[in-house]
Write a protein that binds this ligand. Structure first.
Ligand code: NI
Length: 154
């Protein structure tokens, strides 16, 4: 069970008002939740910069009729076989394809793969979303997601 502690800190009035306004506009029901997630995000960011592994998804939209593009995309994934966990290909219409690539590894390697894919001619969209795998502060935390009310160690 995670122990919750009460803490306090000081902040400029104007900044506090801006915080209140951010919380109001967000999906958060209170300030504490908002700040907790801010800190978690920062930890994720830090783990990207450090030696920790990151988990990511690269989403591509491309024209498969562009010369050898499908082969080049496959080739790049084979080149990063240590990072690529799985990929799903969806045919969007007669020309366009979407590909979602699930990756895990050093943030820099994942970024390099995403950049290489993005720079291919015929790739119209390439987005990378990364989550850090934070070892310390996420240990034995209870997940708030509805589907995972249990505690577990990463
Ligand atoms: Ni396709």
């Amino acid at each position: 069970m995670t122990r919750i502690v009460r803490t306090s800190f000081t902040m400029e009035k104007e900044l506090t008002e801006q915080l209140e306004s951010l919380v109001k506009k967000s999906r958060y029901t209170n300030r504490s939740e908002f700040i907790r997630d801010l800190v978690r995000d920062r930890l994720v960011q830090k783990s990207w910069e450090g030696s920790g592994d990151a988990l990511g998804t690269i989403t591509l939209v491309y024209d498969h009729e562009k010369r050898e593009l499908s082969q080049r995309i496959t080739h790049l994934q084979h080149h990063h076989v240590g990072e690529v966990l799985a990929s799903t290909h969806v045919h969007l219409d007669e020309h366009l394809c979407a590909e979602m690539i699930l990756v895990r590894g050093k943030a820099a390697s994942i970024q390099a793969l995403a950049d290489a894919l993005k720079s291919q001619k015929g790739v119209y969209q390439a987005s990378l979303s990364m989550s850090g795998i934070v070892q310390v502060s996420y240990e034995k935390t209870t997940h708030r997601h509805a589907g995972h009310p249990h505690s577990h160690t990463h």
